[in-house]
Design a binder for this molecule. Structure first.
Ligand SMILES: [Zn+2]
Length: 308
C-alpha cells in the first residue's frame, strides 16, 4: 500500500508568479493514473487495516494525504475528491486559527511566490544585522554570503538565511519587515481552510489530523514543548468537533524531524496512526512497528506530480 503526500494544489495566480504548486489539472490526471494503476483504499478498508494490523484488501492501493490545511485543500482537493467518491487525510497546524497569523514557513512560500529571489535576498540583507545571527553560524555566514556573490540562487539563499543562520527569536520579525519593505500583505483568512469548511470536509468523510500547533521541527524541542504542540493541537481539533480517528503527521518529515519523545507522546495520547516522509510502501510490519511514522511518498515521485 502507498500513502501519497500533497501540499499546494491550485491554479496559476498572477499575483504569485513564482509560486510553486501542483496544478489542479495535474492533480486530476494523477488521480486518474492512481485509479487505473493501483485503486484507492476506502475509509472503511483503512479503519479495518488499523484494527486488524494487516493490510488485507488494501494491499497495493493508495491512500491520499494533504498537509498544512491551505485553502486550496477545500477549493480544489475536497471538491475533486467528492466528485470521485474519494476521501483523504488532512493535516492541520492549529496556530493560525488561534493566533490569526500565517505560519512563518508559509509566509516564506508566499514571499518567494510573489518576488524574485534576488530582490528578496537584497531586501533581507539590508534588514539583517549580524547580532541576529546564531553565534555558531556567524563565521559560516560571512564565508558563505560574501564569497559566493555570483551565480547564486536568490531563493535558496533567502530561505537558508531565515531557516538556518538567523536566531529563532528574530525570524518572525524579519519576515514581517521584508514583507513591509516590499509592500506585501499576508491574509490569514484566505490562506487556510476556515473552521466551517474543515467541519464540512470532516462531515464529508475525510479524516482531519493534527500537524502540531506551530509546525516546528519537533526534534529541536524539549519533551514538554513537544507534548503541548501535540496535545494542544488535538484539543483545538476536538473543540471544533473534527476528531474521530486520531492521527498526526510530522512537520517537515523524515527521521531527523522527530525523535523518541515525539513517538512517546503520540503513543501516550492514544494517537491511532502517524505519517512520516519516507519513500517506500507501507507493509504489514509497519502497522505494528512504525505506526507513529508510517512511510509516505511525495506526489512528485509519480506521473503528473511535479510542481509548476
Ligand atoms: Zn507541513
Amino acid at each position: 500500500m502507498k500513502s501519497v503526500m500533497y501540499h499546494y494544489v491550485r491554479e496559476y495566480n498572477s499575483e504569485l508568479p513564482f509560486f510553486r504548486f501542483l496544478d489542479a489539472k495535474n492533480f486530476e490526471k494523477q488521480l486518474d493514473y492512481f485509479d487505473a494503476e493501483y485503486g484507492f483504499v476506502t475509509k472503511e478498508e483503512w479503519l479495518q487495516v488499523l484494527n486488524k494490523k494487516s493490510l488485507g484488501s488494501a494491499k497495493g492501493k493508495i491512500i491520499l494525504t494533504f498537509d498544512d490545511a491551505m485553502s486550496c485543500h477545500y477549493d480544489y482537493v475536497f471538491q475533486e475528491l467528492k466528485k470521485r467518491g474519494l476521501w483523504g487525510v488532512f493535516y492541520v497546524p492549529t496556530q493560525p486559527y488561534t493566533k490569526g497569523k500565517i505560519l512563518d514557513v508559509h509566509r516564506i512560500h508566499l514571499l518567494c511566490g510573489a518576488f524574485e529571489g534576488i530582490k528578496l535576498l537584497s531586501t533581507l540583507k539590508e534588514l539583517l544585522d549580524e547580532r541576529m545571527l546564531r553565534d555558531k553560524k556567524i563565521k559560516e555566514f560571512r564565508e558563505h554570503t560574501y564569497t559566493r556573490q555570483e551565480n547564486y540562487d536568490g531563493v535558496s539563499e533567502f530561505k537558508r538565511i531565515l531557516n538556518y543562520f538567523v536566531s529563532y527569536q528574530y525570524k518572525e520579525g524579519l519576515i514581517d519587515a521584508v514583507a513591509l519593505e516590499l509592500g506585501f500583505e499576508f491574509n490569514v483568512s484566505d490562506f487556510y481552510v476556515s473552521v466551517d469548511k474543515l467541519t464540512e470536509m470532516y462531515l464529508g468523510g475525510n479524516i482531519i489530523g493534527s500537524h502540531t500547533v506551530s509546525h516546528p521541527v519537533m526534534s529541536k524541542l524539549s519533551h514538554v514543548e513537544q507534548r503541548s504542540e501535540i496535545i494542544d493541537s488535538f484539543s483545538f481539533l476536538d473543540g471544533i468537533g473534527c476528531v474521530d480517528v486520531k492521527t498526526y503527521c510530522h512537520p517537515y518529515g523524515q527521521f531527523h524531524s522527530f525523535n523518541e519523545a515525539t513517538v512517546d507522546t503520540l503513543n501516550s495520547n492514544n494517537v491511532d496512526f502517524s505519517f512520516n516522509v519516507e519513500s517506500r510502501d507501507i507493509c504489514d510490519k509497519d502497522l505494528s512497528s512504525s505506526i507513529q511514522f508510517l512511510p509516505r511518498y511525495d506526489c512528485n515521485l509519480f506521473p503528473f506530480g511535479k510542481a509548476s
